[in-house]
Design a protein around this ligand. Structure first.
Ligand SMILES: Nc1ncnc2c1ncn2[C@@H]1O[C@H](COP(=O)(O)OP(=O)(O)OP(=O)(O)O)[C@@H](O)[C@H]1O
Length: 371
């Protein structure tokens, strides 16, 4: 059931390709307007490309000459809203797909009951959609999508319309359901990508800007969007020396290359820049990535002695309570850097919007790699 799509739509500035291996789940991430819904509409047959081609399990869905209509594609699209038929009860909603593809009433009902069992919703069988909670309706919608036995399942932010309280149970359910299926998932949550997707594709302005295995990509993002999703600070610049980056407006940033990071965590690496360039060459585009928890905040008069290597003058933009931490957003010229402090530290610093500070990040906590 492998799937491959490549398509361009001039009017939307869309020109991207997506490949999903048999049994694989791919998460599609990207800012608003990046083209995620466009990609789904193309795959589902709701939109025509100017040029391109899509193949599912060896069948051409569209190309220069061919066009398979939506209902005959073997593609199921699960929208953010469950979109159940309001006049049919739950079991008939789920039986709709099998009926439409020719199953007898009895066989379709048996299939519907089986799929309702799969999503722990058997007890809802006789209810009308209006009598379901958001989470229940979404479970039924998943059963309905699966009952059509699609070869490709498309899930458009399946948790977006749900209470945070019910999302975890549904996430676990989808993890089970997606395990052996060929599926594509649009999400804005790193957790969804980690839990549900083998691979991640990042779209920006209609183009794929990076892709890779989920854990690897979110740990070492190469796009600002993926870094934001992974909750990491992200600086772009050009390499100057091993583990050293020049960032416009910020100056030199000192870090370590990824291979050194693990050693640094074990306390074996003292200074950055001592090893030969691994893969990246001077002047190449590169990025520096570090965690908000690894950024310390000081008043300018209180910067520790011994001149830390990464010390950036900045101005506080915003303080945001975040669980047991306070997240500090600070502007260092053209870049916003975030730091996580304890409430006690934030109170002691007496920070507020407009406060002048110095942000310090140890080189050993900053990973530098080519973009
Ligand atoms: N019906 C439409 N007609 C013309 N252009 C459209 C239409 N829908 C979307 N676009 C444009 O296509 C581009 C991609 O939009 P798309 O909705 O696919 O992005 P998205 O990543 O799904 O965004 P979001 O996260 O906001 O849903 C945008 O420039 C958008 O303005």
């Amino acid at each position: 059931m492998s799937f491959r799509l490549e398509a361009a739509i001039g009017e939307r500035g869309f020109d991207a390709a997506l490949e999903v291996q048999d049994g694989e789940t791919v998460a599609v991430l990207g800012p608003n307007g990046a083209g995620k819904s466009t990609l789904f509409a193309l795959a589902a047959g709701l939109l025509r490309a100017d040029s391109g081609r899509a193949v599912l399990d060896g069948r051409v869905l569209f190309d220069d000459g061919a066009w398979v209509p939506p209902h005959a594609r073997g593609v199921a699209l699960l929208a953010q809203e469950p979109l159940l038929f309001p006049h049919l009860n739950v079991v008939d909603n789920v039986a709709f797909g099998p009926r439409a593809s020719g199953a007898s009433r009895r066989a379709a009902r048996a299939a519907a009951e089986r799929w309702l069992g799969e999503v722990d919703a058997v007890e809802l069988a006789e209810r009308r959609p209006a009598q379901l909670s958001g989470g229940q309706a979404q479970r039924v919608a998943i059963a309905r999508a699966l009952a059509a036995e699609p070869q490709l399942l498309l899930l458009d932010e399946p948790f977006a319309a749900l209470d945070v309280a019910v999302a975890p149970a549904l996430r676990r359910l989808l993890r089970r359901v997606l395990a052996e299926r060929t599926a594509v998932l649009i999400t804005h949550e790193a957790l969804d990508a980690h839990m549900l997707a083998d691979r991640v594709v990042v779209l920006e302005a209609g183009r794929v800007v990076e892709e890779g295995p989920t854990a690897e990509l979110l740990e070492r993002p190469r796009s600002r969007f993926a870094a934001g999703l992974a909750g990491l600070n992200f600086l772009e610049g050009r390499t100057m020396a091993p583990g050293r980056l020049r960032v416009e407006g910020l100056g030199e940033v000192f870090g370590v290359e990824p291979s050194e990071t693990e050693a640094a965590e074990e306390g074996e690496v003292g200074l950055a820049g001592e090893v030969a360039l691994a893969g990246e060459r001077a002047g190449e585009e590169a990025v520096a990535v570090f965690r908000p928890a690894d950024v310390s905040v000081y008043r300018p008069s209180e910067v520790p002695h011994g001149s830390p290597r990464n010390a950036w003058r900045a101005v506080i933009e915003e303080l945001e309570p975040r669980g047991p931490q306070v997240r500090v957003h600070a502007a260092a010229l053209r870049t916003t850097i975030v730091a996580d402090l304890t409430p006690a530290a934030a109170a002691e610093l007496d920070l507020g919007p407009g406060s002048a500070v110095v942000l310090v990040a140890k080189a050993a906590a900053v990973t530098v790699y080519s973009a």
